[in-house]
Design a protein around this ligand. Structure first.
Ligand code: FES
Length: 198
């Protein structure tokens, strides 16, 4: 009686053939999963290549009426994204060659640069960095590193100057107002967070 119950409750031992078949199925399944993973990763890379991420949205914004924009002066412009930009009028003319729009954030360590009309340059007080009117570094650590200030497009319509800037809410690398700048101040020691103000 007991022996019959044992036989009924226990599966008969699998033979070598069945074990081989089982192992074959398991390894086949593992291989399939690996192939699917591999093709999936390849597909993701190919899709990113064929359909690159969309650029940040941009818009044109009013800057100034030309007749009110003094020659040699610079406007500290704050884009909706929080980006800080120096828009400078260098010439008396009313063509785009008389203006420049450059990021005011120094590419060296993030201090704020300002326009020096007498020297025809942008100056960074943190480490005596300097940039020409096109944003190319001409002195200090930024020049040694071959850095430059990023530029923003301008246009003139009916005596009014406009700038094209990103409209994304969050600036990536802008400094807060409270961050001290100037000799002896290292902005890298301060927290960076976005600000919103035009
Ligand atoms: S942060 Fe501008 S020169 Fe160093």
């Amino acid at each position: 009686m007991t022996g019959r119950n044992d036989e009924a409750g226990r599966a008969p031992d699998a033979g070598p053939e069945e074990r081989r078949g089982f192992l074959g199925k398991v390894s086949g399944l593992a291989m399939s999963i690996g192939l699917i993973g591999g093709y999936g990763a390849f597909g993701a890379v190919a899709a990113r290549y064929l359909y690159p991420a969309k650029a940040d949205p941009k818009s044109w914004f009013f800057v100034a009426v030309l007749r009110e924009f003094e020659v040699g002066s610079s406007i500290a412009y704050r884009a909706p994204s929080g980006a800080r930009i120096n828009i400078t009028r260098r010439g008396v003319g009313e063509s785009l060659a008389d203006f420049s729009a450059l990021s005011s954030t120094c590419p060296h360590l993030g201090c704020q640069v300002h326009w020096e009309a007498v020297n025809e340059r942008y100056f960074c007080p943190c480490h005596n960095g300097a940039f020409d009117h096109e944003g190319k570094a001409i002195a200090g650590p930024p020049a040694e590193a071959g850095q430059r200030l990023s530029t923003f497009p301008l246009k003139i319509e009916k005596g009014v100057l406009y700038i094209e800037v990103p409209t994304a809410e969050l600036a990536q690398v802008e400094l807060a107002d409270e961050v001290p700048t100037g000799p002896g101040q290292d902005p890298c020691l301060f927290q960076r967070f976005p600000t919103r103000e035009v």
